[in-house]
Design a protein around this ligand. Structure first.
Ligand SMILES: Cc1cc2nc3c(=O)[nH]c(=O)nc-3n(C[C@H](O)[C@H](O)[C@H](O)COP(=O)(O)OP(=O)(O)OC[C@H]3O[C@@H](n4cnc5c(N)ncnc54)[C@H](O)[C@@H]3O)c2cc1C
Length: 224
């Protein structure tokens, strides 16, 4: 308990500016996340919102769409890497683009699956490596989505991500629904996440913060 309390105090001090930046960037007038919610994020969240320049600080693109979506749950589609930014020593942000007249077609907090032909070679053909990821960009954003990815020294897919250059493409399918968040579905939500488990939590937190009619109290404990 003592160690946990000390950790929480440390994270709280580090997360405060990050959360303020997030609130300001979203023009949020109220702050519905409880005290424990401020104790969030760990290093990735802190760096993400406080260390310029990051892809996240690129101007937000159009918010409204005509209802056309870029993802297809039954087809692998190619998405082009637009930009990338380092968030911490082993975590990177990747922005992929698509038709700016459309939005991704992702519910809070669903994930996508990605694949790349980087597996073992059998009978002259490379197998695909397939991994799920949770976009952290606003699902309503037009023309792009952001992935926050921890790059493992020997991770097959994360190393592939790290090797991508702007203009390269990634095959994506989805969305894969995990738990569909709807405003005010619960009065209070408690979240505990470690490492990259923060990504679906970010989706939920951002959805609560951006909706002035959502009175959910969100409590987030990030472990790193
Ligand atoms: C629903 C969901 C959402 C996710 N969202 C995200 C996200 O938003 N961001 C994110 O970064 N990740 C996310 N992940 C995790 C992601 O899918 C991958 O698991 C992660 O990127 C690692 O994949 P990799 O191919 O790079 O590593 P792998 O090749 O799968 O290896 C992972 C680690 O295990 C080690 N390893 C591999 N094989 C062995 C072995 N035989 N013995 C010992 N060690 C081994 C590797 O060296 C590496 O350190 C999500 C997972 C799920 C299930």
């Amino acid at each position: 308990m003592v160690a946990a309390a000390a950790l929480l105090r440390r994270l709280s001090a580090r997360a405060a500016p990050a959360l303020n930046a997030l609130r300001e960037s979203n023009h949020i007038r109220r702050f519905p996340i409880g005290t424990a919610g401020a104790i969030s994020g760990g290093a990735a969240f802190y760096y993400f919102y406080s260390s310029p320049p990051t892809v996240a600080q690129l101007d937000a693109q159009g918010e409204q769409t005509a209802g056309v979506v870029a993802l297809d749950p039954d087809k692998w589609l190619e998405f082009k890497l637009q930009d990338t930014a380092r968030v911490s020593h082993n975590t990177q942000l990747f922005r992929f683009s698509f038709d700016p007249a459309t939005k991704l077609g992702l519910d809070v907090a669903s994930c996508i699956i990605t694949r790349a032909p980087i597996g073992e070679e059998t009978e002259g053909r490379r197998k695909f490596v397939i991994r799920p990821y949770t976009p952290i960009s606003d699902p309503e954003s037009n023309g792009y989505f952001d992935l926050l990815i921890k790059v493992y020294p020997e991770g097959k897919m994360s190393q592939h991500f790290a090797s991508l250059k702007p203009g390269d493409v990634l095959e994506v399918k989805g969305p894969i629904e995990k738990l569909r968040y709807t405003p005010n579905m619960k009065k209070k939500i408690g979240m505990v996440a470690g490492g990259t488990g923060i990504t679906p939590m970010l989706q939920v937190i951002k959805a609560v913060l951006k909706n002035p009619d959502d009175y959910t109290q969100a409590y987030f404990l990030g472990l790193c």
